[in-house]
Design a protein around this ligand. Structure first.
Ligand SMILES: *[C@@H]1O[C@H](CO)[C@@H](O)[C@H](O)[C@H]1NC(C)=O
Ligand SMILES: *[C@@H]1O[C@H](CO)[C@@H](O)[C@H](O)[C@H]1NC(C)=O
Length: 419
């Protein structure tokens, strides 16, 4: 081949590169936000005993209305999704999936319409195996007809779980299912549980075929569960962060903020760390009864902005010591979101004193804003020690913005950058 031919081929290769390396359905350019039934409502199917909590069209409609009326939609939470336990135990005479006739009497198409009329998007759950994790019919053997059914119901988001199937089949099965989704012509967000069932997942392939993927075990309603997910993500971060970016995200699982297991401080930790992780923000809570102080965490604009940062770069746990952790995420405008987490349970708030290199940020002058708005803004200079006092099992979460003007560094006084 001549040198020019090689150059031409090289440019064609470069031009093809972005479209080959990740799923191109135009969705999830920032981490998906919404609400999902599983963590809070599990498989509650007895609507007589638990009318407010059973997996039903009433729950979805009630939640959709609240999302619109109470500012969740305006804050960016736009998907509303049903997890397991929505199906009848048997397919119909044509092998089509049937929604539970008592709990979803109007059917899924009508429910999707209800959700769409409110400007929200509709998500649903299935499983790549012979059964869902809770034992309802899975898609294996019925993939084509099921994908067609989802498209007919106007579904916008599929979570495909991985119970009851040989996990070695997933490397071909999940891509094949994604291809069927694509062929419907309806853009559907594709959430894969594929890596959560494998020891050595092929993330290059997962990133090419899924918009988001559950890496690890399910979240439960406890602080232990939140911290175990945090440490798993930190311990595997070198592998994970490479694969996150616009259109494709690691998923540490739902936000359990507002339920029974987390204190206010612990709920703040989850919101802060999940936003550093560029995680999907999928609430799983009863929005009809959530206490206002937890609602305020979920609606914190500055923190949502960190999560939704257009650069889409997943952050890292950059430092540990004294049973505290620092989590840093670089943002599109060169600023940094930095969470100081105190894992200590020994009593009084703990004061941490660190320098720029502990936070893994360039050595320069920053304006520092407290994203939970408990402190005044302050300035942190290159030679300074940064002191912060963190509640037990709590967090301090700041945005560090460089003091610059027209590309040049500028002076700063105690509280602001001085132009
Ligand atoms: C299907 O895939 C093609 C090629 O990646 C992409 O351009 C198109 O937008 C996809 N369509 C849907 C509905 O996902
Ligand atoms: C940071 O900058 C200050 C002032 O220029 C300097 O004294 C200090 O040694 C630098 N620290 C590091 C870690 O580079």
């Amino acid at each position: 081949m001549s040198k020019t031919t090689i150059e031409v081929l090289w440019y064609i290769f470069l031009w093809l590169l972005p479209s080959c390396l990740s799923l191109d359905n135009g969705l999830a350019l920032t981490p998906p936000m919404g609400w999902l039934t599983w963590e809070r409502f599990r498989c509650i199917t007895d609507c007589k005993a638990y009318p407010q909590e059973c997996i039903s069209e009433a729950l979805i409609k009630r939640t959709a209305d609240i999302m619109v009326k109470e500012g969740y939609q305006a804050a960016g939470y736009n998907y509303i999704a049903i997890d397991d336990c929505w199906l009848e135990r048997e397919r119909d005479a044509n092998n089509r999936m049937v929604a539970d006739r008592h709990r979803f009497p109007s059917g899924m198409k009508a429910l999707a319409d209800y959700v769409h009329e409110r400007g929200l998007k509709f998500g649903i759950y299935q499983d790549y195996g012979t059964m869902t994790c809770a034992g309802y019919p899975g898609v294996l053997g019925y993939e084509e007809i099921d994908v067609k059914t989802f498209a007919e119901w106007d579904v916008d988001y599929i979570k495909l779980d991985g119970c009851y199937v040989d996990s070695t089949k997933m490397d071909t099965g999940y891509p094949a299912f994604g291809k069927l989704l694509n062929e419907t012509g309806r853009p559907m967000l594709y959430s894969c549980s594929w890596p959560a069932y494998q020891d050595k997942p092929n993330y290059d392939s997962i990133e090419r075929h899924c918009n988001l993927w559950r890496n690890w075990g399910d979240i439960d309603d406890s602080w232990t569960s939140v911290t175990s997910i945090m440490s798993w993500f930190a311990n595997n971060q070198d592998e994970l962060v490479k694969h996150a970016g616009p259109g494709h995200w690691n998923d540490p699982d739902m936000l359990i903020i507002g339920n029974f297991g987390l204190s206010l401080d612990q709920a703040r930790v989850q919101m802060a760390v999940w936003s550093v992780l560029a995680a999907p923000l999928l609430m799983s809570v009863d929005l009809a009864t959530i206490r206002p102080e937890f609602k305020e965490i979920l609606l914190n604009k500055d923190i949502i902005e960190v999560d939704q940062d257009p650069l889409g770069k997943q952050g890292l746990r950059v430092w540990t010591g004294s049973n505290c952790e620092i989590w840093t995420r670089e943002l599109f405008d060169g600023s940094y979101a930095i969470a100081f987490v105190n894992l200590r349970e020994d009593g009084a708030p703990y004061t941490l004193s660190v320098r720029a290199h502990h936070m893994k940020i360039p050595n320069q002058t920053y304006k520092v804003k407290d994203l939970y708005k408990e402190e005044e803004s302050r300035v942190f200079g290159a030679e300074d020690v940064f002191e912060t006092r963190i509640n037990p099992t709590g967090v301090r979460f700041y945005k560090f913005t460089k003091c610059v003007s027209h590309g040049r560094r500028i002076r700063a006084n105690k509280n602001h950058c001085v132009v």
